[in-house]
Design a protein around this ligand. Structure first.
Ligand code: NAI
Length: 699
């Protein structure tokens, strides 16, 4: 026995302390479920048992199931997974029906299988901590909670709330979980939790779960009750809206919850396994787990470093949209920020962005007034470069203009220590070319944030030709400090993310040029799993900026004696600029933006681009997915991005490549490389050379 310690207290109560050997967290894996099964059987046989307390010796309660196993389910090992699930669910049911009170004491987070364990206890006491989260996030990994989680949550919350809880997979704070009834009681210390658990056992000697009590009624009624039936009739459509038809887990959860609601707990549990298995064997859950759990964690681990690397004061030059967001991202993590713009009013305007977020968080009680004020005090607006003196890192975020940036860096250097790290947030200009304007290019680096900075989790770190490894390590440490997921890439036009992102917007415009209806283009992208269509995104970016980047690229390529190849999307940009439809913030672009109403596609598009051509929906979807994947392979081939993990994670977190694919590179792997190449050839015949995949590329 290695994972569960069993102690009997003087009063006959048994305490089970979860303490997985050689691990910082408790996990539900094969060994744990075997041991748990034995422990529960012993409890059942114990005549004088008065009650059970389940605690954790770790800083959290239980982190969840063993994803290493769950991400590798195939027909060959399916029986092992079924056995594990059935065993664990059976043990939990035995615990729940012991006839003795069982209390879970949550000293920290209880996720997935960990919360399923707590739900099988009759009472759940949590130690107050604003950082503690509880939830069943399985859906976010393409799975469903199959150890009784669906059945218990449905009976506890009623179908309406349970479906929302399970299909969102959100992690809840303790107070939110208490409001839902998932947490029964809150205390301030672990000792108090133990004392309250004993007191609860004393006063509830013969506990049963509410759903095992005589006369239990499902909150809100069974599926056939008129109100619930009405809700269920629209539930599939609501789920489709969220999943875009790309994530099967939410539908499986809906079916499992509804069908299981009228069954016995045991039969409902078996149904969970039945719905779980195809999800676990399918590609989507593997893609989500491998990219958004394993690969992402691996990248984040590179930013965990010793304190010697960290910074306390950051300078941000340019307090526009990006600078304001970067200032927030630093201040919210406790860093002091000097925010410089050309005049004080602009710098203060940049700080006002943080004020508005603080205001919202105060309203939602996510911050106290003192915390909000302390955070804002850390942002010091200024119109003078001299204010940058104490900064160990300065990030430039002025207009995308090479000459202006060069001038700004000269001023930054004149006012900072030679040891300071200098960074540019440029989205397209090669870092090595900007490095020409600084004295120490070895400590110069690209730190490419994404908009809106407070919500976007990725930081693309770009090494210039002269950037040394120690500088990269400092940049990684900074990413860790501000809790962004880093990818490190080599220098090149558009680096990795802007380069691959661009192919999506351009493909959409190429379709428009072919006369494909704009609505079909936008819907095809949505149905492929993209959060926003290419025309809507182009309006956000603005066509003026796209045109400026194209001109810069043409000039740079001419200087390097390279020839610029026109894309069919270029003509669309030119036409839209002639029509003075340049984007969202300038009176509209591909869309019109009536005030107080939802945006609509601009009615003039059909007149200028046709919009009558026939199309095949799958081909439109494939064009988006393939063109980005092919460009990512090219970037990998060119040595811009150097690992498939970085390409996959960067594509999902940075520019909204559909997560179900596992990322730009994984998409080709899951399609099967031979199939991928064959389909790319077809698209090349149909749409042009940009879909060309040479065999060298795939190698
Ligand atoms: P913006 O136009 O909102 O802000 C630029 C700010 O720089 C303005 O407040 C301006 O007053 C200030 N500025 C100009 N000259 C200055 C000088 N000499 N000294 C101090 N401040 C000066 O621009 P935005 O969108 O924030 O972009 C800034 C940089 O971030 C650009 O390089 C852009 O390519 C890059 N970027 C933009 C993204 C976006 O989504 N907008 C995403 C990632 C990077």
């Amino acid at each position: 026995m290695t994972d569960i310690q069993r102690t009997t207290l003087d009063n006959g109560i048994v305490v089970l302390t979860l303490d997985r050997a050689n691990s910082k967290t408790n996990l539900i894996d094969d060994a744990f479920t075997l041991e748990f099964d034995t422990v529960v059987a012993e409890l059942k046989a114990q005549q004088d048992l008065r009650g059970v307390i389940v605690e954790s010796a770790k800083s959290t309660f239980v982190a969840g199931g063993d994803l290493a196993l769950l991400s590798t389910v195939t027909d060959d090992n399916a029986n092992q997974v079924i056995a594990l699930l059935d065993r664990f669910r059976h043990s939990l049911r035995e615990l729940e029906t012991l006839g003795k009170p069982v209390v879970a004491c949550l000293n920290g987070g209880a996720l997935g299988g960990g919360l399923e364990l707590a739900l099988a206890c009759h009472h759940r006491i949590a130690v107050t901590n604003p950082k503690t989260k509880v939830g069943l996030p399985e859906v976010t990994l393409g799975l469903l909670p199959a150890a009784g989680g669906v059945s218990r949550i449905t009976r506890m919350l009623g179908l309406e709330q349970a479906i929302q809880f399970l299909t969102e997979g959100r992690l809840h704070s303790l107070s939110s979980a208490q409001r839902l009834g998932i947490i029964s009681q809150m205390v301030t210390t672990a000792d108090e939790a133990r004392a309250e658990a004993i007191a609860w056992i004393d006063t509830h000697p013969e506990s049963v779960a509410p759903w095992d009590a005589n006369g239990f009624r499902m909150p809100g009624g069974l599926p056939q009750s008129p109100k619930t039936a009405q809700l269920l009739s629209i539930a599939p459509a609501m789920i489709l809206k969220k999943t875009q038809g790309c994530y099967p887990a939410a539908n499986a959860i809906l079916s499992c919850a509804v069908e299981g609601a009228t069954l016995s707990m045991d039969a409902a549990g078996r149904l969970e396994t039945r719905y779980f298995l195809p999800l676990a064997k399918g590609a989507v859950s593997k893609n989500l787990i491998n990219t958004l759990f394993f690969a992402k964690n691996k990248l984040e681990a590179t930013s965990r470093t010793d304190n010697a690397q960290t910074v306390t004061t950051v300078g941000v030059v340019g307090a526009g949209m990006m600078g304001a967001g970067i200032a927030w991202a630093c201040a919210v993590k406790g860093l002091t920020v000097v925010l410089v713009d050309t005049d004080l009013a602009k710098a203060e305007q940049g700080k006002a962005y943080s004020e508005s977020i603080v205001h919202k968080r105060l309203e939602r009680k996510q911050l106290t007034a003192e915390q909000g004020q302390a955070l804002l005090n850390r942002i010091q607006p200024s119109d003078s470069f001299e204010a940058l003196r104490p900064c160990e890192l300065v990030i430039e975020a002025v207009f995308e203009d090479r000459a202006l940036k060069a001038d700004v860096f000269r001023q930054i250097q004149a006012n900072t220590s030679e040891h300071a790290l200098l960074a540019s947030n440029t989205s397209t200009l090669p870092i090595s070319s900007l490095a020409d304007s600084v004295n120490q290019p070895e400590t110069f680096i690209g730190l490419h944030f994404f908009s809106p900075v407070d919500k976007m989790p990725l930081l693309e770190i770009i090494k210039g030709e002269a950037t040394i490894e120690a500088t990269v390590q400092r940049a990684l440490a900074f990413a860790g400090q501000i809790a962004k997921t880093p990818i490190v890439v080599n220098d090149g036009r558009g680096f990795f993310t802007s380069r691959v992102f661009k192919t999506f917007t351009y493909e959409g415009m190429a379709m428009l040029a072919e006369g494909i209806p704009a609505a079909a283009i936008e819907n095809a992208a949505w149905l492929a799993g993209y959060p926003v269509g290419p025309l809507a995104v182009s309006d956000e970016v603005t066509l003026t900026l796209m045109e400026r980047i194209r001109r810069q690229t043409q000039a740079d390529m001419a200087a390097e004696n390279q020839s610029f190849v026109c894309h069919p999307g270029d003509a669309v940009i030119d036409r839209m600029l002639e029509l003075n439809r340049v984007g969202k913030n300038s009176g509209g672009g591909f869309y019109q933006y009536p005030s107080g109403a939802k945006k609509q596609l601009w009615s003039g598009l059909a007149e200028h681009f046709g919009g009558q051509a026939s199309f095949d929906l799958q081909t439109l979807k494939d064009r988006f997915l393939y063109i980005q994947s092919i460009e990512a392979f090219r970037a990998l081939n060119d040595g811009i991005v150097t690992s498939k993990d970085e390409a996959n994670v960067g594509s999902i977190l940075g520019f909204g490549y559909p997560a179900w694919t596992g990322g730009v590179i994984q998409f080709a792997h899951q399609t099967g490389l031979a199939n991928f190449v064959a389909r790319a050839h077809e698209l090349e015949q149909q749409c042009g050379e940009r879909f060309n995949v040479s065999s060298m590329l795939i190698e």
